[in-house]
Ligand binder design. Structure first.
Ligand code: CA
Length: 172
């Protein structure tokens, strides 16, 4: 607990000094979120991919959120911090996994899909192109989504908030 406090104080001091470039200032904010949140206790930022956090509005309330790749003692999981709702964090991976994956250390590409881009599955029984995908299976959001991909297996998908839950669309 003392270590946690000390780290929080160091981060606050660094922020108040305001000597860092903008991307690093955001990294400090992410560290502060991790150290300051009980649900993230025991987690550290995962350094297996760069970037390891993304800023965007993933709920459509106009407030910028953070999505952070964190590691606990046994796995890598995706922590989605909804800045518009106090202390609300969603985890993808780990005990509360929702896409039948316990561990996300396979992620080799981690990025934001901007609002308005088409989200779709390119594999349903077989590969299909965007043109072959029925219009009612294409998803357009007026807020941001996530894209995760494995370099070696080429598996991955779009992850997005819709109908009050997290959704997955496969991208091979
Ligand atoms: Ca938001």
């Amino acid at each position: 607990m003392k270590v946690k406090w000390a780290l929080s104080i160091i981060v606050v001091l660094l922020l108040s000094m305001n000597v860092k470039a903008q991307p690093e200032a955001r990294a400090d904010e992410v560290q502060m979120i991790i150290y300051g949140n009980d649900e993230l206790s025991g987690c550290t930022l995962w350094n297996g991919v760069s970037p390891n956090f993304i800023q965007g509005d993933f709920f459509g309330d106009g407030i910028e959120d953070f999505v952070v790749l964190v590691k606990d003692s046994s796995r890598v999981k995706i922590a989605i911090i909804n800045k518009g709702v106090k202390n609300e964090i969603f985890f993808i991976g780990g005990e509360k996994e929702m896409f039948h994956m316990f561990d996300y250390s396979w992620i080799g590409v981690f990025k934001k899909i901007p609002a308005g881009d088409v989200l779709w599955s390119n594999y349903e029984d077989d590969f299909r192109t965007l043109e072959e995908t029925p219009d009612d299976e294409k998803v357009y959001l007026n807020y941001d989504a996530l894209y995760v991909h494995a370099i070696e297996s080429c598996g991955g998908g779009f992850i997005f908030w819709k109908d009050d839950k997290w959704n997955w669309l496969q991208q091979e």
